[in-house]
Every structure is written in structure tokens, then in C-alpha cells.
Design a protein around this ligand. Sequence first.
Ligand SMILES: [Zn+2]
Ligand SMILES: [Zn+2]
Length: 317
Amino acid sequence: MVSALDCCFKTTRWFPVVFIVAVIGWSYYAYVVQLIALTIAEESMAEKVILGLLYHPILFMFLWAYYKIVYTEPKGPPMQFYLTTDQITPLLQAESDDDREKGAELLEQYVKPLPVCSRTFSQGVRYCELCKCLKPDRAHHCSICKKCVLKMDHHCPWVNNCVSFINYKFFFLFLFYAEIYCLFVAFTDLKYFIALWASRRGPSLDMNFHVLFLFIVAIMFAFSVFGLLSYHIYLILRNQSTLESFRPPVLKNLGPDKHVFDLGKKRNWREVFGDNPKLWFLPVVSCKGDGVTYPSRYDHQIPSYNSLENGRNTLVP
Ligand SMILES: [Zn+2]
Ligand SMILES: [Zn+2]
């Protein structure tokens, strides 16, 4: 019963993706067949060719980025972050407050050899009881993917995937190319939209609903995507995830700090897109780092829990 429900839930999660693909498929038909082939006059052959030549590469980049964000599996913590059965047993058996206190001490020991410096709000070790692992910095448990995810940004229903360390660039490029696609379609369709709309009022009823709706749908999506795209540009330039913008990372002994990973706009951009500008706008992996440790604004590298403990680095600017 549970697995049937689970299966049903997993299937319904694909509905938004099917919706997006259906809208893209319809927009292709409306633009290429209805607008370019049927609406634009035969005498304007140059316009037909130019629009077709510009439209297809934009659509290709949009679909490529969308495919990558939908199908790139988010990365989980490396093996050394998972506790062994022997390590987990005393934590599971804790019933009294004393036991729980001992459990917290054990977690402190377990995290010592790991490169972790963020904490819970109560300064405890970030431990996932569901995955039985210690959480690396910026990692969070996704209740939909049912696992801990490195540098989790958010779980996006429109791509049915966790936007995280390994695929954040793909998500951004999906928004970026979606915006270009919508604006291109809207602006090149505008004069035909106006002409058809005017013809509706005149004696001619030669209307093309696909061309009319194409403009309205493209403008609607362009506005909504613009808001999200602008927000993610803002986050990238501050080196913040969506989760961190609401719930700042907490550092041991220092408390919450929204700007801990802010290295300056240029370096923040390169953290996500890499050092090679030729790869910035291609949906291929080019982000920096391993998703487990991150440079901070305090130092060139966030010190490990150990170094904090030994007082070698106090993370004070
Ligand atoms: Zn987890
Ligand atoms: Zn998820």
C-alpha cells in the first residue's frame, strides 16, 4: 500500500515537467508552423529564414539546459560522512536526557576528523537522523528526494529535481534560456499579434489563435521567469543558496552569518560557473570545488572543525 502510494506520488511529481514540455511543444508548433510558415507572407522569405535560423539555436540551448537540470542527480555527502552501525547504535538507544547528552558528545567526536564548520542553531553537530550521516557544510536533507544533498538550494517541482551543488548552474541556465526564448518569441510575434488583433475588429476575421496566444503566453512566462532569474543572479553574486537566504549558516562560536561564503561578486560568480568563460553559458559542469568544503570570506578556506577547536583559526575577519 505504502509503495503503491509512493509510486503514485513519484508519478504525480512528473506532471509539472510534462506541462512544461507540452507548453514548449505547443510553442514550437505555434511559432514555426503557424507563425513562420502560415502567417508570415511568402514575399517576406528573408524574415522567415532569419526567424527560423535564430529560433532553433535558442530553443536548443533552452531544451539542453532543461534536460540537464531534470536529469542530473544531486550529489550526496561522501562515504566518510555516513556513520557506521557501531557509531549509530548508541545514538538510537538514547532514551533519557543523559543518554542524549552522551549522544551529542559522540557526534562531537565523530565530526572531529571531518571538514565541517557549520552547526545547528543550538550549536549542535548537524546530523541527519534519516540518512544517518553528518551533514557537510551547506548540505541539507530533502524530504522529497529523501536524502541529504550537497549545497541544497531548493527542490524545484518544475524540474522534479533538487537544485544543488552539481546542477545549480543548469538551473540558472534553464531560467536564462527560458527568458531569452520567451522574449524572442514575444518580440518577433508582436507585430503579427497586433495585426491579427486589429483584423479581429475589422471586416476580416482572418485570425490565428495560435499566434495570438503565443504572444500572451510568452509574455506571461517572460515576466514570471524574469523575477526568478533576477533573484538567482542576486543570490549567485552573494554566493548564497535560496535556503541560506532564509536560514543563514551557523558557525561554531560565531553564530549565524548570511555572508560567510561571500567572496566578492567576481569570485562568487566563478564558484558557480568556473574559471573558463567559454563554458559559462553551456550546460556542462564547470563549478568549482567538491561540494563538501567551501572557501569563506574570512579566509581562503573555511577551517575544519578541528582547527576551530584548536583555536588555530577563529574565523574572525
Ligand atoms: Zn538526510
Ligand atoms: Zn529534492
